[in-house]
Design a protein around this ligand. Structure first.
Ligand code: GRF
Length: 205
């Protein structure tokens, strides 16, 4: 079992990040060391301050108050980051970061991929599309990150019955509850070395 030091990338609310911070299962084996956002301020930063976790704003270029991805990579190396979690991060991750952390970047998506993913499919856009589709289940997916949106190998999914919902917001609520369980569970699988890639599928042992 290896100790996990996570960098969590966020753009807004940060409830999945908080689920990781508060996870009993992860308490002794993993820690959120760094919070990264593409915004100068967001709700997730409030949470970071509350738990005294370092946070930075990143921009692909030069912008006052923001650090570059090069600088971010340095900070991540100094902090000994060995797992990157995208939890509501709305920007594409630069190739360089993906190359620096092979099989060490995961994303949580609020639907059952490969359905309802890809560019523009975030936040309520996802749940509105699921609602409009008439599907009777939705769910959450945690997957490895590659250079396309919502495209890497699926690690774990969980579904929820939405046959009785009367709004996309209701779907969002049910899925978010699942996400808060699913993400810490995946990190726990990673910590315990339970994940293997076989025949281009993720196998959990
Ligand atoms: C979650 O629904 C996650 O699946 C998606 O963005 C949302 C982030 O919510 N990628 P929060 O910031 O974790 O509350």
């Amino acid at each position: 079992m290896s100790y996990i030091r996570m960098a969590v990338f966020v753009s807004g609310r940060g409830s999945n990040m908080e689920a990781l911070i508060k996870s009993e299962e992860l308490r002794e084996v993993a820690e959120v060391k760094l919070v990264v956002s593409d915004k100068s301020e967001c709700k997730a930063f409030e949470i970071a301050r509350k738990y005294k976790i370092k946070y930075v704003s990143v921009f692909d270029g030069d912008k006052s108050g923001f650090i570059s991805y090069e600088k971010l990579l340095e900070i991540m190396a100094e902090a000994g980051i060995n797992l990157v979690i995208l939890a509501g991060f709305l920007k594409m991750i630069p190739k360089k970061l993906i190359q620096e952390y092979p099989w060490k970047i995961i994303n949580i998506h609020p639907a059952l991929l490969p359905l309802f993913g890809g560019k523009g499919m975030y936040g309520m856009n996802v749940h509105s599309a699921v609602y409009a589709s008439g599907m009777k289940i939705s769910g959450a997916t945690v997957h490895y990150v590659n250079e396309k949106y919502d495209d890497g190998l699926i690690i774990l999914q969980r579904a929820v019955n939405i046959s009785d919902v009367i709004s996309p917001e209701q779907i969002a609520e049910r899925v978010l509850r699942l996400e808060h369980e699913l993400l810490p569970e995946v990190v726990s699988l990673i910590v315990r070395d339970k994940i293997k890639i076989v025949d281009n599928r993720v196998m959990i042992s």
